[in-house]
Design a protein around this ligand. Structure first.
Ligand SMILES: Cc1cc2nc3c(=O)[nH]c(=O)nc-3n(C[C@H](O)[C@H](O)[C@H](O)COP(=O)(O)OP(=O)(O)OC[C@H]3O[C@@H](n4cnc5c(N)ncnc54)[C@H](O)[C@@H]3O)c2cc1C
Length: 414
């Protein structure tokens, strides 16, 4: 059987894909496998999840999320999608702090790559992890909890430490969000007022193709309080007169509700609706996370490449992410701005351009998103992560035989 990722640009090499139906079955499987890796919902754009021998998918481990109201946590089987989790949390009066642009991504897969939404005060999704139950190479379960010595290295772990069976996440009381879209923000105003702009709502995304004098769309998501009012003026941008899709000319029917209409967090924080399930997509993605202090300079550097980027680009999304302390998190050590590229499905040309983009962002210590396309031609990642050697030691200690190693890890990390 041929198994591809969501975008269809990568075919997994693993000849076998297992679907255990219980955790003991998963433990036995891992213990008896010389090489194996976990596969989530296949939303990565590269070979990060692959394995030459075998993959294990946890979609057979369905179990209802367990909410602990006193501890303010929920525990889920690791393959649970955020959208499914939301369907349990919201009716029970709970929420997670943020979501990615799509609700169809698995919790363990998102956590493993430091997947994020947007928001000056919003950390990436991995920062909500309170504990992980990881099946190690001998099949035994190792539980790591926030505060444990290995915890900060075990959350954004790229699948290198084992197969997470269950994940415990922080939760908070459910909340409503209103989403507004503004059009044609002058670039000059965006660069001059970037901090005011990104702090003007709980989650702000700028959508641009880098050309021209204006940023096409600004999406702003605000937690609704009694003081909430629609924003008319936004640094020269004007409110959209109807719903918009981030890509020009595309019907917004699959986008979450806009125009300031309040709705539950899980129905506004992702850009795309949960009941719209794209099985694949005609796109590729790359993203680079830059320290907040360099945000304007990084935007200017990429804008100077607009003529080379635009012909291959569907749209760029600029987001902000609050810092955390997880060793391999792209927001480790401080707040970041994310420069994301949704490319046309022209991989050879995109890959030929990536070194130019990475060279332009190199002075700003840009970290590539682990799950998206990047070049890393100079094998520079080590210098970008202060805890790099600690992570490698953790891998050597927990997986001495390399059961969970793969080509991606050999190429970029180990
Ligand atoms: C349409 C689309 C929209 C996206 N939007 C965003 C976004 O808004 N923000 C963002 O930051 N990223 C975004 N991404 C990227 C995506 O969130 C990441 O690639 C994420 O890792 C995908 O999760 P997955 O479950 O599909 O993982 P997979 O691609 O299946 O696997 C990713 C990694 O997780 C590991 N893994 C999976 N399950 C387990 C487990 N049980 N135990 C241990 N390791 C495991 C795998 O081994 C692999 O290393 C988007 C991708 C797509 C296709």
């Amino acid at each position: 059987m041929t198994l591809t990722n969501w975008a269809g640009n990568y075919t997994y090499r693993a000849p076998v894909v297992h679907h255990p139906s219980t955790v003991p079955e998963l433990q036995e499987l891992v213990a008896g496998s010389p090489r194996i890796r976990a596969l989530g919902t296949r939303h990565c754009f590269n070979d990060l999840a692959d394995d030459p021998a075998a993959l294990v998918v946890l979609d057979g481990l369905e179990a209802a999320p367990e909410i602990d109201a006193d501890a303010r946590t929920v525990t889920v089987t690791a393959g649970t999608r955020y959208g499914t989790l939301a369907q349990h949390l919201h009716p029970a009066g709970w929420a997670v702090h943020n979501l990615a642009s799509l609700p169809h991504i698995s919790v363990a897969g998102a956590v493993a790559t430091a997947t994020h939404g947007s928001g000056d005060r919003s950390q990436n999704l991995a920062a909500a992890v309170a504990a992980l139950e990881i099946v190690g190479p001998d099949g035994a379960i190792r539980t790591v909890r926030r505060g444990d010595a290995d915890f900060a290295g075990s959350v954004v772990a790229l699948g290198a430490l084992g197969v997470a069976a269950r994940v415990t996440l922080d939760i908070e009381p459910t909340f409503d969000v209103a989403q507004e879209v503004h059009l044609d923000l002058p670039w000059t105003a965006a660069l001059e007022h970037l901090d005011e702009l990104t702090s003007s709502a709980d989650s702000v995304s700028l959508f641009t193709d880098w050309t021209g004098d204006t940023i096409a769309q600004v999406w702003r998501k605000t937690r609704v309080t009694p003081d909430y009012r629609l924003r008319t003026e936004l640094f020269g941008a004007t409110p959209a007169d109807g719903p918009r899709h981030p890509l020009p000319g595309i019907d917004p029917v699959n986008c979450t509700a806009q125009l300031g209409e309040p709705g539950p967090w899980h129905d506004r924080l992702p850009h795309f609706r949960m009941d719209f399930t794209p099985s694949n997509g005609d796109e590729l993605q790359s993203e680079f996370l830059v320290p907040r202090a360099h945000a304007v300079a990084a935007l200017e550097a990429i804008r100077s490449l607009a003529d080379r980027i635009a012909p291959l680009l569907q749209v760029t999304e600029v987001r902000t992410i609050a810092g955390d302390d997880l060793w391999l998190s792209t927001a480790e050590g401080g707040d970041r701005v994310g420069l994301h590229f949704t490319w046309l499905p022209r991989q050879p040309e995109v890959e030929a351009l990536l070194p130019t983009i990475e060279a332009a962002l190199a002075p700003f210590d840009a970290r590539p998103h682990w799950g998206k396309l990047f070049a890393d031609e100079g094998r520079d990642l080590a210098r970008l992560y202060p805890r790099w050697d600690d992570f490698r030691s953790l891998v050597a200690r927990t997986d001495p035989e390399g059961v969970f190693r793969n080509d991606f890890l050999d190429r970029h990390v180990l």
